[in-house]
Design a binder for this molecule. Structure first.
Ligand code: GCW
Length: 733
């Protein structure tokens, strides 16, 4: 029997239950899995949103092209999310608070403003507070649709990072022409050195079905100015050039095009034999050139704005022109000649070394390419890794950057963390990129930074001037829900794009923007997270390869430490080849007394690296072999210093964990928990790196540890017994 009282009670209970359920639902809906990346348009605090809304009452733009539509959609989505309501859509500004967006010829009002867009080039933009027919407005203007799109993303970034919108006067244009992601994605869906799941290109279902995720990929790239994507692994499968796979690439290109992104392909140099049935792939054979010409013509029929080829030739077993006694220039120029009529380019990799050469591996790219300076066609650009070995936690800049004034050189960074802890370690690479870009090659005197080689400004106005400039990052993107395998790996994609746009940008400023866009503007979180990020790469260098050590990772999968490994064949894939440690000392002698790799740098740089009194500690064992009791600047012995660096690396990870714990409650549950778990893994692995390295080196030198320093947790044999047959990113080729 129900009384009015019990009915009221029941009703209350029901209401409570429903609102509890709603709260759970809302929380689930708000759960952040990282999919949105830094384009996370969540509502800003109410007061802030209200202030901004006055500036964007109306969006005045015509959206007559797919690119302009993409821009308008992004602005509506971004402003709608951030401000709680999207602006009204109009075609012209007729009241205060209009956002006037377009190219000067897309709107008479914009044209009447007479803004000077000459210096913006094709891809630059301006964002300016203006008066339009007496009304206050903000103009976002570029000379092309893509310039406008970049301006729109920049405008959204102003809001996301809580910047004032009064008196805007921003002009920006990219300093580097080709800003590329290189995907090492295989046609079977695996990703070489990928730690974020399978490839985002679903080759199997393409071209019939293109995952909407590809549009989000394009948005993320456009938001940081990336304008090119090499779709497939440099260890290229010949099938990429067959008609069915070209049709698949074309379907991807169609989705990327409105976002200003061109598609490129890695090609296998021997394709004329394997696909064309020719007897040779000799670049000087006319039948070979004819095969490539026909292939390239066919590609441009399917993809009219195709970007060009990326080629790994005569490197790690890949075929190349040297198989026919021809040079890298012969090979690159043949391909460049058939691409040139279509406006395509060749990115030819300088990552070459041979274990047959009893030489220092670090010297080989320079020795091979330096004599070819000036021999490449103008649509060839040499793709040079940041350092002379291979994407190590720290390397000095590649000597080729200071040595080929008559050749266009592009940077290749690795965004995926093959040698830096895979998906789980928090290592912000902005500082690594910046360190290389700000290194001074001294090629034309002081201030000849790598950044100025890459953006072409070093030789502008000289007889060496060249047209093509580019920067590539080996992508860390996969089908994981959060794209990059971890929230913090997203920062590396972001930082790469920002630095490709402006190689002199600051890693710290970029980190701050990323944190604000990714986690929010609360000062209680921004400063601590930026602090963690800024110290994170040095921490990894310390626990893995301090003081200039390099390539100490387990062979093949590159997971974990194996400094003891000297097994044959292929010495130059083994850590012991690089550390040269024995009972007396450690380090690779590349000084003038050793392999003389120092001589590949401009004389003042070489002199600094060669001289023990001047070389920075961070490069010491890269260039010098020294006794364990060598006296460091600190007054400590080399051995003690080394051990302290390893320990410092572990301590720094512990400190990151403390910082992260202090942010509990300020970060959404899912991303907080994932990062916490990953930091715990990182701390364990940092300790493992430290302990295994110390145990091994101590087994050689028999020296005691500095006072107060804990010994390795296990005997050396334990570390040597570990193996990881299913480590990710490797067995795919
Ligand atoms: O770092 C090495 C990687 C290989 C890679 C090669 C390269 C694509 O271990 O997986 O192959 O560099 O850059 O070509």
């Amino acid at each position: 029997m129900t009384t009015p009282r019990s009915r009221a009670l029941l009703a209350r209970l029901l209401t409570l239950l429903l609102s509890a359920l709603a709260a759970v639902g809302a929380r689930t809906a708000r759960a952040e899995d990282g999919y949105e990346l830094w384009l996370r348009y969540h509502p800003l605090p109410a007061a802030q949103a209200a202030a901004y809304r006055a500036h964007v009452v109306e969006l005045a733009m015509s959206a007559g092209t797919p690119a302009a539509q993409a821009t308008r959609d992004e602005l509506l989505r971004g402003l709608g999310g951030l401000l709680g309501a999207a602006p009204r859509i109009g075609s012209q500004a007729d009241q205060d608070g209009a956002l006037l967006v377009g190219t000067p010829d897309s709107s008479p009002q914009l044209a009447r403003l007479g803004l000077d867009t000459r210096a913006l080039g094709r891809e630059g933009y301006l964002i300016s507070s203006v008066k339009v027919d007496g009304h206050a407005a903000i103009a976002i203007v570029g000379n092309s649709d893509v310039g406008v799109l970049y301006g729109a993303f920049r405008f959204l970034r102003l809001l996301q990072t809580a910047q004032p919108l009064d008196h805007l006067d921003i002009r920006d244009a990219p300093r580097v022409q080709l800003r590329m992601l290189d995907h090492w994605d295989n046609l079977d869906g695996s990703v070489e050195r990928g730690y974020a799941g399978a490839s985002i290109w679903d080759w199997w279902k393409l071209p019939g079905y293109v995952d909407p995720r590809i549009t989000d990929y394009a948005r993320a790239n456009a938001s940081i100015g990336i304008n090119g994507a090499v779709l497939n692994n440099v260890n290229a499968d010949k099938l990429s050039l067959t008609t069915p796979y070209l049709a698949k690439a074309a379907a991807i290109a169609d989705v990327l095009r409105p976002y200003g992104i061109r598609v490129y392909l890695s090609v296998r140099f021997s394709s004329p034999i394997e696909l064309g049935g020719l007897k040779t792939a000799d670049p000087l054979d006319p039948a070979v050139a004819a095969w490539w010409r026909a292939k390239v013509d066919a590609i441009y029929k399917l993809i009219p704005d195709f970007g060009g080829f990326l080629v790994k030739a005569n490197s790690e077993g890949q075929p190349g022109p040297q198989d026919y006694g021809r040079s890298h220039a012969d090979g690159a120029n043949m391909l460049a000649a058939v691409l040139a009529p279509h406006g395509g380019v060749v990115m030819w990799r300088a990552f070459v070394y041979s274990n047959k050469q009893p030489d220092d591996r670090a010297r080989q790219a320079y020795d091979e390419f330096k004599p070819l300076d000036g021999r490449f066609r103008s649509n060839v650009i040499l793709q040079v890794k940041n350092g002379p070995i291979d994407f190590q936690p720290r390397e000095p800049f590649h000597p080729l950057f200071g040595a080929m004034p008559d050749t266009a050189l592009m940077m290749e960074f690795q965004v995926t963390k093959e040698y830096l802890g895979f998906a789980t370690h928090l290592v912000y690479l902005g500082t690594l990129f910046q360190e290389t870009l700000q290194s001074d090659t001294m090629a034309r005197g002081k201030g000849s930074t790598v950044a100025r080689v890459i953006d072409g400004s070093l030789y502008a106005g000289t007889a060496h001037a060249h047209r093509l400039t580019a920067m590539a990052g080996v992508a860390n993107i996969g089908s994981d829900r959060d794209w990059c395998g971890s929230t913090f790996n997203q920062a590396n994609w972001y930082a790469f794009g920002r630095l490709a746009w402006n190689p002199d940008d600051s890693a710290r400023a970029i980190a701050a923007d990323w944190v604000r866009m990714t986690f929010g503007n609360d000062p209680a979180i921004v400063a601590p997270i930026v602090g963690m990020m800024m110290g994170s790469r040095e921490a990894a260098v310390d626990y893995m390869t301090p003081l200039g050590l390099h390539h100490q990772m387990h062979e093949g999968d590159h997971y974990g430490p194996a400094p003891w490994d000297a097994s044959e064949p292929r010495a130059d894939w083994r850590p012991a080849y690089y550390n040269r440690a024995d009972k007396d000392g450690i380090g690779f002698d590349r000084s003038s007394h050793g392999s003389d790799a120092v001589a590949q740098y401009a004389p003042p740089v070489a002199a600094g690296f060669d001289d023990l009194a001047r070389i920075p500690d961070r490069y010491l064992l890269w260039f010098h072999h020294l006794p364990w009791d060598y006296r460091m600047r600190s007054g400590r012995t080399l051995w003690d210093e080394l051990v302290l660096h390893y320990s410092h690396g572990v301590d720094a990870v512990a400190a990151m964990r403390v910082t992260w714990r202090s942010l509990a409650g300020h970060i959404d549950t899912e991303r907080y928990a994932k990062t916490s778990a990953f930091l715990a893994i990182q701390q364990r692995e940092a300790q493992w790196w430290r302990d295994a390295s110390i145990a091994y080196f101590q087994s050689l030198n028999g020296l005691p540890l500095p006072a107060g320093i804990a010994p390795p947790a296990h005997p050396l044999k334990y570390y040597q017994s570990l193996s990881f047959p299913f480590a990710p990113g490797y067995n795919s080729w």
